[in-house]
Design a protein around this ligand. Structure first.
Ligand SMILES: [Ca+2]
Length: 272
Protein backbone atom coordinates (compact mmCIF):
# COMPACT_ATOMS: atom_id res chain seq x y z
CA UNK A 1 0.00 0.00 0.00
CA UNK A 2 1.35 3.39 -0.95
CA UNK A 3 2.22 5.80 1.88
CA UNK A 4 -0.50 8.23 0.69
CA UNK A 5 -3.12 5.50 0.98
CA UNK A 6 -1.88 4.58 4.47
CA UNK A 7 -2.21 8.21 5.56
CA UNK A 8 -5.75 8.57 4.26
CA UNK A 9 -6.77 5.24 5.75
CA UNK A 10 -5.32 6.38 9.09
CA UNK A 11 -7.18 9.67 8.79
CA UNK A 12 -10.44 7.85 8.11
CA UNK A 13 -9.87 5.61 11.11
CA UNK A 14 -9.39 8.69 13.31
CA UNK A 15 -12.53 10.27 11.91
CA UNK A 16 -14.53 7.11 12.45
CA UNK A 17 -13.24 6.78 15.99
CA UNK A 18 -14.12 10.36 16.95
CA UNK A 19 -17.49 10.13 15.24
CA UNK A 20 -18.39 7.06 17.25
CA UNK A 21 -17.20 8.54 20.55
CA UNK A 22 -18.69 12.03 20.12
CA UNK A 23 -22.30 12.37 21.19
CA UNK A 24 -24.56 14.80 19.47
CA UNK A 25 -26.53 17.46 21.33
CA UNK A 26 -29.78 15.81 22.30
CA UNK A 27 -33.12 17.16 21.18
CA UNK A 28 -36.03 18.22 23.33
CA UNK A 29 -37.02 14.61 24.01
CA UNK A 30 -33.87 14.06 26.06
CA UNK A 31 -35.58 15.75 28.99
CA UNK A 32 -36.47 12.20 29.97
CA UNK A 33 -32.80 11.27 30.23
CA UNK A 34 -31.56 14.50 31.77
CA UNK A 35 -30.35 14.92 35.30
CA UNK A 36 -31.27 17.82 37.53
CA UNK A 37 -28.96 20.23 39.27
CA UNK A 38 -29.54 21.22 42.91
CA UNK A 39 -32.69 23.05 43.93
CA UNK A 40 -31.96 26.76 43.50
CA UNK A 41 -35.08 27.92 45.33
CA UNK A 42 -34.69 29.40 48.78
CA UNK A 43 -36.92 27.65 51.32
CA UNK A 44 -38.65 25.58 48.62
CA UNK A 45 -40.07 23.26 51.27
CA UNK A 46 -41.40 26.06 53.52
CA UNK A 47 -39.37 24.74 56.45
CA UNK A 48 -38.10 28.23 57.41
CA UNK A 49 -41.61 29.47 58.25
CA UNK A 50 -43.41 29.34 61.57
CA UNK A 51 -46.58 27.23 61.58
CA UNK A 52 -49.75 29.30 61.36
CA UNK A 53 -51.44 31.85 59.13
CA UNK A 54 -49.27 34.19 57.08
CA UNK A 55 -49.44 37.46 59.01
CA UNK A 56 -50.69 39.77 56.30
CA UNK A 57 -53.76 40.91 54.43
CA UNK A 58 -53.40 41.36 50.67
CA UNK A 59 -49.63 41.02 50.27
CA UNK A 60 -46.64 40.03 52.34
CA UNK A 61 -43.30 38.25 52.15
CA UNK A 62 -41.53 35.59 54.19
CA UNK A 63 -38.26 33.65 53.76
CA UNK A 64 -37.82 32.98 50.04
CA UNK A 65 -41.45 33.71 49.11
CA UNK A 66 -44.08 36.42 48.81
CA UNK A 67 -47.81 35.86 49.08
CA UNK A 68 -50.96 37.58 47.88
CA UNK A 69 -54.64 36.97 48.46
CA UNK A 70 -57.21 37.59 51.14
CA UNK A 71 -56.53 37.89 54.84
CA UNK A 72 -55.16 34.60 56.18
CA UNK A 73 -55.81 32.67 52.95
CA UNK A 74 -52.20 31.41 53.19
CA UNK A 75 -51.15 29.06 55.98
CA UNK A 76 -48.10 27.05 56.96
CA UNK A 77 -49.08 23.67 58.37
CA UNK A 78 -47.36 20.66 59.88
CA UNK A 79 -48.44 17.19 60.93
CA UNK A 80 -49.44 18.49 64.39
CA UNK A 81 -51.89 20.95 62.85
CA UNK A 82 -55.58 20.22 62.33
CA UNK A 83 -57.86 20.95 59.39
CA UNK A 84 -61.65 21.07 59.09
CA UNK A 85 -61.82 22.78 62.47
CA UNK A 86 -64.40 25.22 61.13
CA UNK A 87 -67.94 25.44 59.75
CA UNK A 88 -69.30 22.56 61.83
CA UNK A 89 -66.91 20.02 60.30
CA UNK A 90 -64.96 17.56 62.41
CA UNK A 91 -61.34 18.55 62.97
CA UNK A 92 -58.84 16.01 61.64
CA UNK A 93 -55.03 15.96 61.45
CA UNK A 94 -53.46 18.01 58.68
CA UNK A 95 -51.68 16.02 55.97
CA UNK A 96 -48.15 14.89 56.74
CA UNK A 97 -45.92 17.08 54.53
CA UNK A 98 -44.35 15.22 51.64
CA UNK A 99 -40.98 16.87 52.24
CA UNK A 100 -39.70 17.93 55.66
CA UNK A 101 -42.05 18.97 58.47
CA UNK A 102 -44.06 21.86 56.98
CA UNK A 103 -46.23 22.59 53.98
CA UNK A 104 -48.01 25.57 52.42
CA UNK A 105 -51.82 25.71 52.39
CA UNK A 106 -53.82 28.16 50.28
CA UNK A 107 -57.51 28.75 49.65
CA UNK A 108 -59.71 31.47 48.15
CA UNK A 109 -60.32 34.80 49.83
CA UNK A 110 -64.15 34.84 49.40
CA UNK A 111 -63.60 38.55 49.06
CA UNK A 112 -65.92 39.79 46.35
CA UNK A 113 -68.02 36.80 45.35
CA UNK A 114 -66.22 36.56 42.00
CA UNK A 115 -63.01 35.04 40.67
CA UNK A 116 -60.21 35.31 43.20
CA UNK A 117 -56.61 34.17 43.12
CA UNK A 118 -54.34 33.38 46.03
CA UNK A 119 -50.67 33.04 45.16
CA UNK A 120 -47.18 32.43 46.47
CA UNK A 121 -44.12 33.32 44.41
CA UNK A 122 -40.38 32.98 44.90
CA UNK A 123 -38.62 36.15 45.96
CA UNK A 124 -36.21 37.62 45.05
CA UNK A 125 -35.92 36.76 41.37
CA UNK A 126 -33.51 33.89 40.80
CA UNK A 127 -30.54 34.43 38.43
CA UNK A 128 -30.54 31.93 35.54
CA UNK A 129 -28.61 31.33 32.33
CA UNK A 130 -30.26 32.08 28.97
CA UNK A 131 -30.53 29.15 26.61
CA UNK A 132 -30.37 26.67 29.47
CA UNK A 133 -33.28 24.37 30.33
CA UNK A 134 -34.91 24.60 33.74
CA UNK A 135 -37.51 22.52 35.48
CA UNK A 136 -39.83 23.42 38.34
CA UNK A 137 -41.95 21.01 40.29
CA UNK A 138 -44.01 20.74 43.45
CA UNK A 139 -46.32 18.37 45.24
CA UNK A 140 -49.99 19.28 45.70
CA UNK A 141 -52.67 17.76 47.91
CA UNK A 142 -56.34 18.19 48.66
CA UNK A 143 -58.14 15.86 51.09
CA UNK A 144 -60.94 13.52 50.16
CA UNK A 145 -64.48 14.68 50.87
CA UNK A 146 -64.88 11.92 53.45
CA UNK A 147 -61.78 13.01 55.35
CA UNK A 148 -62.26 16.78 55.28
CA UNK A 149 -65.21 18.15 53.29
CA UNK A 150 -64.25 21.70 54.23
CA UNK A 151 -60.93 21.57 52.39
CA UNK A 152 -61.88 19.08 49.64
CA UNK A 153 -62.01 20.80 46.22
CA UNK A 154 -63.50 17.86 44.31
CA UNK A 155 -67.01 19.31 44.43
CA UNK A 156 -65.90 22.82 43.42
CA UNK A 157 -64.51 24.75 40.46
CA UNK A 158 -61.32 25.52 42.39
CA UNK A 159 -57.96 24.51 40.95
CA UNK A 160 -54.26 25.06 41.53
CA UNK A 161 -51.23 25.57 39.29
CA UNK A 162 -47.47 25.95 39.32
CA UNK A 163 -45.80 28.31 36.82
CA UNK A 164 -42.20 28.86 35.81
CA UNK A 165 -41.68 32.44 34.70
CA UNK A 166 -38.68 33.74 32.71
CA UNK A 167 -37.83 37.44 33.09
CA UNK A 168 -35.35 39.81 31.46
CA UNK A 169 -32.63 41.75 33.27
CA UNK A 170 -35.13 44.48 34.16
CA UNK A 171 -37.46 41.94 35.73
CA UNK A 172 -40.04 42.06 32.94
CA UNK A 173 -41.90 38.82 32.28
CA UNK A 174 -40.84 37.29 28.94
CA UNK A 175 -42.73 34.01 29.02
CA UNK A 176 -44.03 31.43 31.45
CA UNK A 177 -44.58 27.70 31.41
CA UNK A 178 -47.46 25.87 33.10
CA UNK A 179 -47.51 22.44 34.61
CA UNK A 180 -50.71 20.42 34.39
CA UNK A 181 -53.48 21.89 36.52
CA UNK A 182 -54.47 20.37 39.86
CA UNK A 183 -58.28 20.11 39.77
CA UNK A 184 -61.03 18.53 41.83
CA UNK A 185 -60.24 15.24 40.08
CA UNK A 186 -56.89 15.26 41.89
CA UNK A 187 -58.45 15.77 45.33
CA UNK A 188 -57.94 12.19 46.44
CA UNK A 189 -56.02 12.69 49.66
CA UNK A 190 -52.66 11.86 48.05
CA UNK A 191 -49.69 14.10 47.37
CA UNK A 192 -49.14 14.37 43.61
CA UNK A 193 -46.16 15.89 41.80
CA UNK A 194 -46.60 18.49 39.06
CA UNK A 195 -43.75 19.53 36.78
CA UNK A 196 -43.09 22.23 34.18
CA UNK A 197 -39.89 22.60 32.16
CA UNK A 198 -38.56 24.76 29.38
CA UNK A 199 -35.53 26.52 27.94
CA UNK A 200 -34.79 30.03 29.19
CA UNK A 201 -35.12 32.54 26.30
CA UNK A 202 -31.99 34.23 24.97
CA UNK A 203 -32.80 37.45 26.84
CA UNK A 204 -33.76 35.78 30.12
CA UNK A 205 -31.85 36.75 33.25
CA UNK A 206 -34.14 35.68 36.09
CA UNK A 207 -36.73 33.05 36.90
CA UNK A 208 -39.66 33.08 39.29
CA UNK A 209 -41.68 30.11 40.48
CA UNK A 210 -45.28 30.78 41.41
CA UNK A 211 -47.94 28.52 42.85
CA UNK A 212 -51.56 29.60 42.62
CA UNK A 213 -54.91 28.67 44.13
CA UNK A 214 -57.71 29.82 41.85
CA UNK A 215 -61.26 30.24 43.11
CA UNK A 216 -63.62 30.99 40.19
CA UNK A 217 -66.93 30.60 42.00
CA UNK A 218 -66.44 31.69 45.58
CA UNK A 219 -66.38 28.09 46.80
CA UNK A 220 -64.58 26.52 49.74
CA UNK A 221 -61.71 24.05 49.68
CA UNK A 222 -57.95 24.27 49.90
CA UNK A 223 -54.83 22.89 48.29
CA UNK A 224 -51.57 22.13 50.08
CA UNK A 225 -48.17 22.59 48.42
CA UNK A 226 -44.76 21.23 49.38
CA UNK A 227 -41.33 20.31 48.05
CA UNK A 228 -41.17 23.09 45.46
CA UNK A 229 -38.05 22.85 43.31
CA UNK A 230 -36.34 24.81 40.57
CA UNK A 231 -33.49 22.93 38.94
CA UNK A 232 -31.20 23.40 36.01
CA UNK A 233 -31.71 20.54 33.55
CA UNK A 234 -28.40 18.93 32.71
CA UNK A 235 -27.72 16.75 29.73
CA UNK A 236 -24.76 14.53 30.58
CA UNK A 237 -24.40 13.36 27.00
CA UNK A 238 -24.06 16.86 25.58
CA UNK A 239 -20.56 17.37 24.17
CA UNK A 240 -18.30 19.93 25.75
CA UNK A 241 -16.71 22.69 23.67
CA UNK A 242 -13.56 20.56 23.50
CA UNK A 243 -15.55 17.58 22.24
CA UNK A 244 -17.24 19.77 19.65
CA UNK A 245 -13.76 20.85 18.48
CA UNK A 246 -12.63 17.24 18.14
CA UNK A 247 -15.81 16.37 16.27
CA UNK A 248 -15.36 19.28 13.89
CA UNK A 249 -11.69 18.35 13.35
CA UNK A 250 -12.76 14.81 12.59
CA UNK A 251 -15.29 16.01 10.01
CA UNK A 252 -12.67 18.21 8.35
CA UNK A 253 -10.23 15.29 8.17
CA UNK A 254 -12.99 13.12 6.71
CA UNK A 255 -13.67 15.65 3.97
CA UNK A 256 -9.94 16.02 3.24
CA UNK A 257 -9.59 12.24 3.14
CA UNK A 258 -12.49 11.78 0.71
CA UNK A 259 -11.20 14.52 -1.58
CA UNK A 260 -7.64 13.16 -1.49
CA UNK A 261 -8.70 9.57 -2.22
CA UNK A 262 -10.80 10.85 -5.10
CA UNK A 263 -7.77 12.76 -6.41
CA UNK A 264 -5.56 9.65 -6.21
CA UNK A 265 -8.19 7.57 -7.98
CA UNK A 266 -8.46 10.10 -10.78
CA UNK A 267 -4.66 10.22 -11.13
CA UNK A 268 -4.51 6.40 -11.34
CA UNK A 269 -7.23 6.40 -13.96
CA UNK A 270 -5.27 8.87 -16.04
CA UNK A 271 -2.07 6.76 -15.73
CA UNK A 272 -3.95 3.66 -16.75
CA1 LIG B 1 -41.92 20.97 53.57
Amino acid sequence: MKSTHKFFLFALMIVTSFSLNAQLVPGITIYDNATLGPNILENGSFEDYAVGPAPYCGFGCGPGWCHFGGCQSVFITDANDVICNFGGFTAVPAPVPVDGAKALKMFGDFGNGGFSVTGTFSNPNIPIKPGVAYQTSCYMYSPTEAYCPGDHIGTTDNFAEIHLEFKDAAGNLIEYINADVFTGANANGEWQEFTAAGIAPSNAAFATVIVLFLQPSNQGGAVFFDGVQLNEVRFPNAPTLGEWGILNLGLILLIIGIVAIRQVSISRAKVA
